[in-house]
Design a protein around this ligand. Sequence first.
Ligand code: SAH
Length: 352
Amino acid sequence: MAALKDLLTRLIQTDGPMPVSTYMTLCLHHSAHGYYATRPGLGRDFVTAPETSQVFGDLIGLWLAQTWIDLDRPRPLQLAELGPGRGTLMQDALRATGPIDGFHEALTLSLVEASPPLRDIQASRLARYAPTWISDPSDIAPGPTLILGNEYLDCLPARQFVRDGPRWRERVVGYSDTGELAFGLTDDLSDPNGTASAPPQARGFEIQPGLETLVEGLRQRARLGHPFAALLIDYGPSEACPEDTLRAYYDGTQIDPLARPGESDLTVDVDFGRLVRLAKQAGLQVHGPVPQGQFLLALGAEAHLNRLAGSASDGGAALYHGTRMLIDPAEMGTRFKFVCISHALPFKPTGF
Ligand code: SAH
């Protein structure tokens, strides 16, 4: 998309090469040319778990309701979703929990969504639950709260550092002699703080400052005293720190992250090890991470699938296929993980 490429080139000409995190932010969220701001391609460029099988949203709905019941049914309950996409997860979760006595009456729904076109889709699909849209998780109203986020964390922009002898240099986006966008390295480290958490043996590492912001928001929420639980689902390692995992998806295919700025989805692996450390340092409770397949099976995926398949017109073939994708270790079953960060939860949430 020439418009964003031109804009990036002009910015690099005036301000110099930009950190990878700035490149990600502009590509995803620039108001006139950003990917999510203008042409989010869920189902075209990439497919997510709730779009793969309704079993995902149904079981997460039951998890929400069970957690609410175990908390002694607080009312009101703040229910929030981070990055709801097409609203499928919330739609399935709330449909599945319709029969649970008092649950819908208790809840106030907020959606943290940056993308105007996706807000429009969410508005039409979730209208009956009267959601409000907010731009930051810290804007969720106080009180007992349940938070969901599937494939939200992987969109948070990452900074990348590369070891050069005793020094660290930051990876930046500039342009080559031929005028194409190109990766480069800063002459010297611009952020000594960022490198403090670098693993001693790493040649490079990647860090999402947004994870810190999210955990800090949760820490502040915990200080208000009400219980909360945030169920976050994404891909990434639990042990090793990611080095360079920036990827772009366009039309279902992985492409060069610099090839189609604003036209392709950009994503990085989530450093679950760091997320867990940050949450524990903030005095929050952490459950998991556990692999997606294990979590969904523990919540009764098989029995639920068989129940749904019994009334499906194709005998359940599509449901079986989709659900197998979610659970199979060779597909999404181990790569995706569930982690729950909570406060004042007097029990271990179901599935962990
Ligand atoms: N959860 C959905 C969509 C995942 S795609 C699903 O599983 O299908 C990522 C979602 O996060 C999109 O809705 C995108 O617009 C939103 N998003 C990305 N970065 C965001 C940010 N900084 N603030 C709010 N929403 C964001």
